[in-house]
Ligand binder design. Sequence first.
Ligand SMILES: Nc1nc2c(ncn2[C@@H]2O[C@H](COP(=O)(O)OP(=O)(O)OP(=O)(O)O)[C@@H](O)[C@H]2O)c(=O)[nH]1
Length: 348
Amino acid sequence: MSALQPKKSLPSTKIADTLGVTEAASSPTLSGAARRDLEAAAAPEWAAGAGAAIRATRAELVAWLQALLRQGVYRLRPGPVAVMPIGRIHQQLSVALAAAVETPALQAARERLSDDLARADARSAALASLDPSDPEAPALYDELIALGLDALQQLSEIEIELAAQHAGLDALTGLPGRRALYQRLAAEHARSQRSVHRCAVVLIDLDRFKPVNDQYGHLVGDDFLRAFAAALRAELRPYDAAFRFGGDEFVLVLPDVTNDQAEAVVERIRQRLQRQPLLEVDGTPLWAEFSAGVAALDGARTPAEALGRADAQLYAAKARRAHRVAQIPTATVPEGAPLARPKRRAGS
Ligand SMILES: Nc1nc2c(ncn2[C@@H]2O[C@H](COP(=O)(O)OP(=O)(O)OP(=O)(O)O)[C@@H](O)[C@H]2O)c(=O)[nH]1
């Protein structure tokens, strides 16, 4: 299959090179269903969802703290101890953190919050079982308030970290960008140095993406990139991450995965793209093809070395692919679409 199916004589909406386009521009040529699917898949849903989930978590915590504080100093106004809604809080937190990149700062705040909640839960049970006149009761009460306040503080740290990640999201695809990639690679690499921890890095580059822009215009090209990002996400496990590296290049970070298993993930993505076109433009299917390079982060001295190895593999794959595509009779290649060719990217 080629990236482009038979050429359409659509008016060219080609925009002067719009590398790094930041607006989620939309094309009127997509069918309604395709547009809806695309928007649903590409919206940085975690950014909006995570914000609401953090607010809900805070509301639960504050309501619990208010109930405790209303009791005043426990020894003066003893009453049934407010029960911490720990189940609901954890549920909201898991929504908030579902698609977050696990940076060291986020991990520290998350772990401390989780510890605060566990201790507060245990302390409130202990306080509830005490007679209010017990001399230990006031100290337990004070400790509960302190734990609740610290939990709120950790929640703010998490929110700040998520907001920073949101700001680093690529506006076109909704995927995290390079900064988040480097943070994630550094964190995974550090983990692999401490213990036996595998992690694969996959560098992916679309084949013959330029002709999509050239033939259908950059707005369709943008939709193509969005849909490709959505396809990547759809094939990954929750703890894997996809990043937009730039242009038509993407990176996958796959923890606990060997190179062979990473190759299998790449194959799964490829099969998905062979089963269904990435987009339909006025009834014309557009198919996506890509080349990929895989490297083990755990075997590399630095994250940059792993990325470099993946890049070398990608370059070799591009060369093989160009050779293969060059075998396709010209008639089956869309008019005007250059054959895929290996290219040198910055830094390779
Ligand atoms: N529509 C759109 N195009 C982009 C964006 N970023 C980069 N591009 C285009 O992506 C193309 C990338 O160039 P290449 O990687 O050489 O294109 P290719 O046809 O995939 O080349 P091969 O990888 O050799 O098959 C350029 O034409 C860029 O203008 C973007 O955000 N939106």
